[in-house]
Design a protein around this ligand. Structure first.
Ligand SMILES: [Zn+2]
Length: 499
């Protein structure tokens, strides 16, 4: 009984802060909060690296990124090989020390590259740094402010063009850091692999990235795999005015499901109310934002708890107690728009419909394609069972076009996660590193099927508007972020692969 009251009180606090229901609650939460240490980690001026060096734009690196972006490595079934070959040749000439010192292979002769920087200590498990060099089709280029493959830097130091964020920006900072360390004579103790994918954006259409399979066959267990995913962002949690470094410790699953209504056909002059298109429409109308229950995934709970010290006093108590709020908190947060809300449940989007082939004939079939992002705790199987139950119509069939369960959750209490936090601290001393669940899918999921320590974080600051340009139009990135990102990798490599 006490626990129930506790929950409803705390739910009110969250509801109030989020602008929904509003009865400000008190005692139990306040008492518990008072017992907790909610101190804000102190970063003194002495611990901060020289900010001016991190902020300054490295013109040579920016120039190399523009060169990479000029090469239209567009992914997809009708893409041609030449841009990929050109891109790989460019890497060879732009990074002479990497070309000279690192072993380079092409796993399964596919569009991907694997560089090996041999460590001196064979007993140490290797570090794997990932990025991809294919980009999504820019679509109608007339909608862009500028040609997406004629990248440029504007007067405010912002780089514009396809691929600067996803993912050539994330790729170049790895190579720049390694090239610099090679120039300094750095010899890693731990072997470092740089795994570059050339078919990430096809979402495994032409098969998954083959590199994890190669590692499994060779019996190599990575110490840590780091791929794109999270970034440095402005807090998505209302009431917290802070920059966060969100590290993906898991990713939602993905399911492309074809839902088909099967009925008798007939002439359109004597229509049945049960025509395939009506049956399909009725089924679709049952799918709402409430189709799947909201639950608080463990990484999001951890994120919110860690943010408590930075919140306003009323929200602070609720966040610090998020572990006991459970479902009500997930309900309140899950109703918010955007990424935070979507991370609390399995989401369903209808993306394509088809049915009928004549204006005067009733079709026997009509179908819709659903793009479903599976929350932690659900599976491909449980989602289909739930939909069958919800739609409850045996004239509807389901066909899995593609399905992948959510990834496991990587630890936030190991040396690997600590090393990421350290490296983040060197590039963004004022950002709070927190775990989160990645909503999109990445090549990291193929590694996560084999090994536990897989993280998703691209070490650059991106505004919400900039992140919205990924896969969209007018993709752009602040040039100074490349310097910060390179600093992150320099710190990480020296800390985990150094003497
Ligand atoms: Zn990407």
């Amino acid at each position: 009984m006490a626990a129930k009251k506790h929950r409803s009180t705390a739910q009110s606090v969250i509801g109030k802060v989020l602008g929904t229901t509003a009865v400000l609650g008190t005692a139990a939460i306040a008492a518990r909060a008072a017992k907790q240490t909610l101190s804000v980690p102190d970063k003194t001026a002495e611990t901060l690296p020289a900010a001016e060096n991190l902020f300054s734009v490295d013109d040579a690196m920016v120039g190399r990124l523009l060169e990479m972006m000029r090469i239209p490595t567009i992914t997809g079934s009708d893409s041609t090989q030449k841009p990929f070959t050109d891109f790989e040749s460019y890497l060879r000439s732009a990074y002479p020390l990497i070309t000279k010192n690192l072993k380079r292979e092409r796993p399964r002769k596919r569009r991907c590259l694997l560089y090996t920087w041999e460590g001196s200590d064979p007993d140490m498990e290797p570090l794997v740094l990932m990025a991809h060099y294919d980009v999504v089709d820019p679509g109608d280029v007339s909608e862009w402010d500028h040609d997406p493959f004629e990248p440029y830097v504007d007067d405010d130091g912002v780089i514009h063009g396809r691929g600067c964020l996803d993912d050539k920006g994330c790729l170049i900072i790895i190579l720049e850091a390694v090239e610099q360390l090679l120039a300094q004579g750095f010899q890693p103790r731990r072997t470092v692999y740089i795994a570059l994918g050339g078919n990430e954006e096809t979402v495994g259409e032409d098969g998954p990235n083959p590199t994890p399979q190669l590692f499994a066959e060779r019996g190599i267990t990575p110490w840590m795999v780091l791929d794109e995913g999270g970034a440095v962002i402005d807090s998505p949690v209302p009431g917290i005015d802070k920059r966060l470094a969100v590290i993906g410790v898991s990713e939602k699953g993905i399911l492309t499901l074809k839902m088909t209504a099967h009925t008798q056909g007939g002439h359109a002059s004597t229509p049945s109310p049960d025509s395939a298109i009506f049956v399909l429409a009725k089924a679709l109308s049952t799918l709402t934002t409430n189709t799947f229950p909201r639950r608080m995934p463990q990484p999001m709970q951890e994120m919110l708890t860690e943010l408590a010290p930075y919140a306003s006093p009323s929200l602070r108590a609720a966040l610090a107690n998020i572990d006991v709020l459970g479902r009500p908190a997930a309900e309140a947060l899950g109703r918010t728009a955007g990424e935070l809300g979507a991370s609390m449940h399995t989401t369903v989007a209808a993306t394509m419909v088809e049915g009928g082939n004549a204006p005067n004939a009733l079709p026997t079939e009509a179908s819709a394609t659903l793009n479903i992002r599976i929350a932690l705790g659900d599976t491909v199987e449980s989602v289909i069972t739930h939909l069958r139950h919800q739609i409850n119509d045996d004239r509807i069939s389901f066909e899995v076009v593609e399905g992948d369960d959510p990834s496991p959750i990587s630890s936030t209490e190991n040396a690997q996660y600590a090393s990421l936090k350290e490296a983040i601290g060197s590039a963004w001393p004022d950002a709070v590193p927190v775990p989160y669940v990645m909503l999109a899918c990445s090549d990291a999921r193929f590694w996560h099927k084999h090994w536990p320590d897989v993280y998703r974080f691209c070490p650059m600051y991106m505004t919400a508007e900039q992140r919205a340009t990924i896969h969209g139009i007018d993709e752009n990135l602040n040039a100074a972020e490349l310097s910060r990102g390179k600093q992150f990798h320099l710190e990480l490599l020296q800390a985990v692969a150094g003497e």
